[in-house]
Design a protein around this ligand. Sequence first.
Ligand code: FAD
Ligand code: NAP
Length: 336
Amino acid sequence: MVIKNNISSLPYNTFGLDVEIGTMIQIDSVADLDELYPHLSSDYKVMGGGSNILLTEDISTPLIYVNNRGLEVIKEEEDYVLVRAAAGEDWHQVVLWAVEHNYGGIENLSLIPGKCGAAPMQNIGAYGVELDQVLQVVEAYDLGQGVQMSFHTQECGLGYRTSHFKNIWKDKYIITSIILRLTKEGHHHINTSYGAISSELAIRGITSPTIKDVSDTVIHIRQSKLPNPKVIGNAGSFFKNPIVTKEESDRLLSLYPDMPHYPFGDQIKLAAGWLIDQCGWKGKVVGHSGTYKNQALVLVHHGGGHGREVLDVAKAIQQDVKEKYGVELEAEVNVW
Ligand code: FAD
Ligand code: NAP
């Protein structure tokens, strides 16, 4: 365990925001949590890679920085492996490791920033795949009772960019590792349902893609479309895509026939980025903040600004989309 006092948040968040962290406690193992438990009150925050957090004020409660490591196959069958990844492992490195070993299921989730421990928080998803399709177990530490717990995926309330960890269990558990069930050669389910993947594969002349082809393609698309947080501060999509009733979608489609919309159970998913773009926000700069030029759903911080400026832009966008379309946008990013 490493404890640091009065440090800058700059290296710890992808928005590139600078607030003061009063006390940061770096956890390198579950044993560190056992040691910490008797000394910690219930008031604390947890951080992984800081890629889904908007910092709007100094952090005065203790901040637990999850940094435990470990990646191993814990069970192998003819058609699948179970892999345990420690919460402090970088998610994308785990994806690359899986692809290299020809273990399938997470290739569509290539290049998502952050650590494995945060992956169940919002059930990370991209290009038609969500974590819950491969997640078996979440191992977590209950800092209220000082015990290690184990939850099966079905118990975790995973849904579209949500989970119990993000809602009713908020700040109750520290996720210490995740166990994934990944397919072996001959048993992969290649998913190229998202248009961007299939058209990029077609450009490359690939008709029977491997999991590596899919991973490479996703990496290529993301690098060309999304801002690199090392260059422009951001936390990916700032808002969730709104889910509306079929009636509401039909009402909007009668007014805006070009509006992208996708079936979502018996409801309809709208594209938040399109709604924001149509309100004239794409690429807009407001002070130190704004939206990204290639994807209006990504709010950016150009440096030297304050998290509250980003929040103000987010609120202005919510208001404009509500006024024009009558649709509420809900933040996906965690605002601290
Ligand atoms: P953090 O930002 O550190 O934390 C996020 C939340 O999880 C916080 O509430 C924190 O308290 C909590 N938390 C973190 N670790 C733990 C733990 N071990 N135990 C308990 N709670 C914890 N997300 C997607 O779903 N799909 C995408 O395609 C995607 N693309 C992105 C692209 C870019 C360029 C960026 C910057 C972000 C993107 N994101 C995407 C968002 C983000 O990368 C993910 O949500 C990621 O899982 C966050 O991981 P993190 O370690 O950075 O979490
Ligand atoms: P995009 O391809 O421009 O598509 C816009 C939106 O339409 C996406 O949000 C996506 O919803 C939806 N969509 C597109 N094709 C779809 C299909 N065939 N079926 C159902 N829904 C479809 O999106 P993008 O911004 O470039 O992002 C590409 C993927 O990466 C998306 O899955 C997106 O969620 C993910 N991503 C997530 C973040 C984040 O921070 N959460 C950041 C960047 C990218 P979904 O979002 O539900 O997939």
